[in-house]
Write a protein that binds this ligand. Structure first.
Ligand code: NAD
Length: 436
């Protein structure tokens, strides 16, 4: 008798104990512990559970590069396609000494859930090369990028795998990826990467998209909790692309940004930081170091100060089981990827802190990347107002869908976001079945 391979009711799922955290900071385990909780609540069938716990494809390439010294160095690069059931894989490429396969796998899975939670027709991927770009010349970086692109070219394509910038890569690197791919394809293919320069098919509004998305999420959370926007106090960790744009836009909405920080330290001003002044300072000095618009504080102090909204927008694993009990914010909007460890989740929940999880909070970036891909494929470009309006529509609708899920199942926003995205990926697998 034929059986449905995805539905094996007698097959017992062997799931790791949800309270078992072998290593709180291992990104793949952190992601999987959230996935497991949501899968259990969704009562995901065992066959599908097994499918979704494994990345679809993992590529490891050696990347030989002729260095300026005349010597050849061999770098290691990765590209992981976690799941492509909903559409082409989408996810950034990072150049960093910390890159490793576990991290790339976790980030690729995260991209899968992130694209699904905002209902983009994309799967999830991530890539990286172990290197220190700050020690490399522009020529070396270009040769590294082109050879890495050649190594993974079989998976790349507007219909199969669409990279974007990530840690230590930027629009210039994306232009090299796009050119390398186009030379092989023998025609110009702008839609093969996003985060490109505007002149090469990039989208207006992409640079501000993640911070703008965070601002929309904070406004929705305030509305949901019945808190006024005017005078809402905010602390922002990280004053880069995400944090500085979010701080600027929230201040323009009437929030009071009382603390900001970057890798050089933080600043507190009860009356409100002059955000345009801080942006000017960073423009001139490349960091907040020496900023005179507030009293110096440490990054740790910033995370635990009494504020309405905390926006971690720098690093992963900054709110852990060690400091979560000291967090005083009412709302945490996760601008960064993975700022809260799985071990901290339950502590924040017990404290009644409303957490807007990373896969929802920072999805504005990939949403405008999707707009870029759509514009490239259509060969017709939108005004910045259109981009921003469509971003607002998608972000606020997604917030409401996650909130509804959290109310229906009486779970926090993170679990609800995972449940919503896993169920969207799952339904596509059920409809498509298993190709044999
Ligand atoms: P960025 O490099 O522009 O800015 C990072 C900021 O964090 C800088 O101000 C830096 O000084 C600060 N920082 C670094 N180390 C720090 C430390 N130890 N303590 C405090 N601050 C520190 O990066 P970004 O693009 O703003 O990304 C920030 C986070 O948001 C990352 O987790 C990234 O993965 C995530 N994210 C970014 C986007 C995007 O579109 N840029 C999209 C989704 C998620």
């Amino acid at each position: 008798m034929a059986t449905d391979p995805l539905r094996l009711p007698t097959d017992k799922i062997v799931r790791p104990d949800k309270d078992r955290f072998l290593n709180e900071e291992n990104p793949f385990e952190a992601m999987m512990s959230r996935f497991d909780r949501a899968a259990q609540l969704l009562d995901l069938e065992p066959g599908l559970y097994k499918v979704l716990r494994h990345p679809e494809k993992q590529i490891i390439v050696s990347v030989p590069v002729l260095m300026d010294s005349g010597e050849v160095e061999v770098f290691t690069g990765y590209r992981v396609l976690y799941n492509t059931s909903r559409g082409p894989a989408k996810g950034g490429i990072r150049f960093d000494m910390q890159v490793n396969l576990e991290e790339v796998k976790a980030l690729a899975a995260w991209m899968t859930w992130k694209c699904a939670v905002v209902n983009l027709p994309f799967g999830g991927a991530k890539g990286g090369v172990i290197c220190d770009p700050l020690k490399m010349s522009v020529g070396e970086l270009e040769r590294l990028t082109r050879r890495y692109t050649s190594g993974i070219i079989a998976t790349l394509g507007p219909d199969s795998d669409v990279p974007a910038p990530d840690v230590n890569t930027n629009e210039r690197v994306m232009a090299w990826v796009m050119d390398t791919y186009s030379m092989q394809a023998r025609h110009t293919v702008t839609a093969v990467v996003t985060g490109k320069p505007i002149e090469l098919g990039g989208s207006l509004g992409r640079r501000e998209a993640t911070g703008r998305g965070c601002m929309f999420m904070v406004l929705e959370a305030l509305k949901h909790l019945g808190m006024p926007v005017q005078g809402t106090t905010v602390a922002v960790q990280g004053f880069g692309n995400v944090g500085s744009v979010a701080a600027d836009l929230m201040a323009k909405q009437g929030c009071r940004i009382i603390a900001i920080s970057d890798r050089t330290g933080g600043y507190h001003n009860k009356a409100g930081i002059d955000v345009p002044g801080a942006l000017d300072h960073v423009k001139k000095h490349r960091s907040l170091e020496g900023f005179t618009g507030g009293d110096p504080i440490t990054n740790e102090e910033l995370l635990t100060m009494p504020v309405d909204v905390l926006l971690p927008a720098a690093l992963e694993n900054v709110i852990t089981s060690k400091n979560a009990s000291k967090v005083q914010a009412k709302i945490i909007c996760e601008g960064a990827n993975g700022p809260t460890t799985a071990g901290a989740d339950s502590i924040l929940e017990e404290k009644g802190i409303f957490v807007i999880p990373d896969i929802l909070a920072n999805a504005g970036g990939v949403t405008v990347s999707y707009f870029e891909w759509v514009q490239d494929r259509g060969g017709y470009f939108w005004t910045e107002d259109t981009v921003n309006q469509r971003l607002e529509d998608i972000m606020t609708r997604s917030f409401q869908e996650v909130l509804q899920m959290s109310k229906t199942h009486k779970v926090n926003m993170r679990t609800a976001a995972y449940m919503l995205s896993i169920s969207r990926v799952a339904i596509v697998h059920r409809l498509r079945g298993i190709y044999a």
